[in-house]
Design a protein around this ligand. Structure first.
Ligand SMILES: NC(=O)c1ccc[n+]([C@@H]2O[C@H](COP(=O)([O-])OP(=O)(O)OC[C@H]3O[C@@H](n4cnc5c(N)ncnc54)[C@H](OP(=O)(O)O)[C@@H]3O)[C@@H](O)[C@H]2O)c1
Length: 305
C-alpha cells in the first residue's frame, strides 16, 4: 500500500468542546420523541449551563434525529458559534429512510463519507461540523481513501476536526499516517472497563487523542433491576461506595471518568435537563486517587495486585 501523507487545513488535534457532551441518540424517535419546542428549550438550558457540545450520528432515530434537532436548534435562536456539533457516519442499515440498504454494513468509501457529511450538515442546518467521527471500524476501510475524503471536506470548510469511534489501537494506527485523529469515542462506564485494560485509553492518552465516553451510565443499566447475578453483585459493591460518600450512582460514574488524567469527556444520554446537569456538577467534585481505586475495586470485585 502506498502511503500518502495528507496536509490538513488544521493539523492540531486540540478540541474546543464542553467537558460534558450532550448525546442526542435518545432525543428523537429512538427515545423521548422531543418536539421542536422541547429540543429548543432543552438546548437553551444546556447552553445556559455551559454544556455546548452536542453528539449526533447520521443514523440516530433511523436517520431522522439530525433533521429534527436542526429544526429545534433554529427555533432556539442560539447562534452557530455558541455550540459545537459532532456527528458520525459509516453505519448503513436498512430502514424506512434508507430502503436501498439490503443488509446492515459499514461504508467508508470517499463518496459515502462526503455525501453523508453533506447530508448531515444540511439536516442540522449547521454549515460545518466541529468533529466528524467514523462510527465503527470496518474490516474493509481504506485509510488512503478516508484521508482523501476528510481532506476534501476540510478544504471546503465543512469539517474542523476528525475522529473515530469504537476503534482499537491497531485500527487507529491504520489511519494515523493519513488522518490526524482528534478523538476516539468509546464505551466506558462502571460496567464497561475493557478500554482501560486493552490499551485503548492508554493509546489515546499517549497520542493526544481525546477520549469521549459513550453510555457513561451503561445506557441506564446502572439503575435497572437485573437477573444477571454477576452484575447484581457488582452493582451492590458499587452502590456501597456511592452510599459511603453520599453520591448518586450517576454522579459517581461521572466522577470516576472525569478523574482520569486523560481528560475523558462523558457523552451523556439523558434527555432530562437535571440528569444531564449531574455530569456538569460532577466536574467540580474532586476525589483522591485512593477514592478512585475504591470505585475501581468495587467494579473489578477484587483489590489490585
Ligand atoms: N459512538 C457510539 O458508538 C455510541 C454508541 C451509543 C451511544 N453513543 C452516544 O452516547 C450518548 C449516551 O448514550 P446512552 O444514552 O447509552 O448513555 P447513558 O447516559 O449511559 O444512558 C442514558 C440512559 O440512562 C437513563 N438515566 C440517566 N440518568 C438516570 C437516572 N438518574 N436514573 C435512572 N435512569 C437514568 C436515561 O433515561 P432518561 O432519558 O429517562 O433520563 C437513559 O435511558 C448517546 O446519546 C450517543 O450520543 C455513541
Amino acid at each position: 500500500m502506498t502511503k500518502v501523507l495528507i496536509t490538513f487545513v488544521s493539523k492540531s488535534n486540540i478540541l474546543n468542546m464542553s467537558r460534558t457532551i450532550a448525546g442526542v441518540m435518545n432525543w428523537g424517535k429512538w427515545g423521548s420523541g422531543l418536539s421542536t419546542e422541547d429540543i429548543a428549550q432543552l438546548l437553551s438550558s444546556l447552553v445556559d449551563n455551559n454544556i455546548t457540545t452536542i453528539d449526533h450520528a447520521d443514523i440516530y432515530g433511523g436517520y431522522t434525529t439530525e433533521k429534527e434537532w436542526g429544526a429545534g436548534w433554529k427555533a432556539s435562536g442560539i447562534t452557530r458559534e455558541k455550540v459545537e456539533i459532532i456527528s458520525k457516519c459509516g453505519i448503513c442499515y436498512p430502514c424506512d429512510e434508507r430502503p436501498q440498504f439490503t443488509i446492515k454494513h459499514y461504508d467508508y468509501s470517499y463518496n459515502h463519507i462526503v455525501s453523508s457529511v453533506e447530508r448531515s450538515i444540511e439536516n442540522l442546518q449547521c454549515d460545518y461540523l466541529d468533529l466528524l467521527l467514523l462510527h465503527r471500524p470496518s474490516p474493509l476501510m481504506n485509510p488512503v481513501e478516508i484521508g482523501k475524503a476528510f481532506n476534501h471536506l476540510q478544504e471546503r470548510g465543512l469539517l474542523k476536526k476528525i475522529g473515530v469511534s469504537n476503534f482499537t489501537p491497531s485500527q487507529m494506527d491504520l489511519l494515523r499516517n493519513h488522518v490526524t485523529i482528534a478523538a476516539n469515542q468509546i464505551e466506558l462506564s462502571l460496567n464497561q472497563l475493557d478500554s482501560f485494560h486493552n490499551g485503548t485509553v492508554d493509546y489515546c492518552y499517549a497520542h493526544d487523542i481525546e477520549v469521549q465516553a459513550w453510555s457513561p451510565l451503561s445506557g441506564g443499566k446502572l439503575f435497572e433491576e437485573s437477573s444477571d447475578y454477576d452484575w447484581v453483585t457488582t452493582r451492590a459493591r458499587i452502590k456501597e461506595v456511592a452510599d459511603k460518600y453520599g453520591w448518586g450512582l450517576d454522579s459517581m460514574s461521572y466522577i470516576f471518568l472525569l478523574h482520569h488524567p486523560a481528560g475523558i469527556r462523558p457523552v451523556v444520554g439523558s434527555s432530562k435537563l437535571n440528569r444531564v446537569l449531574t455530569s456538569k456538577d460532577a466536574e467540580d467534585i474532586k476525589i483522591s486517587d485512593s477514592q478512585w481505586f475504591e470505585i475501581w475495586t468495587a467494579c473489578m470485585g477484587h483489590r489490585v495486585p
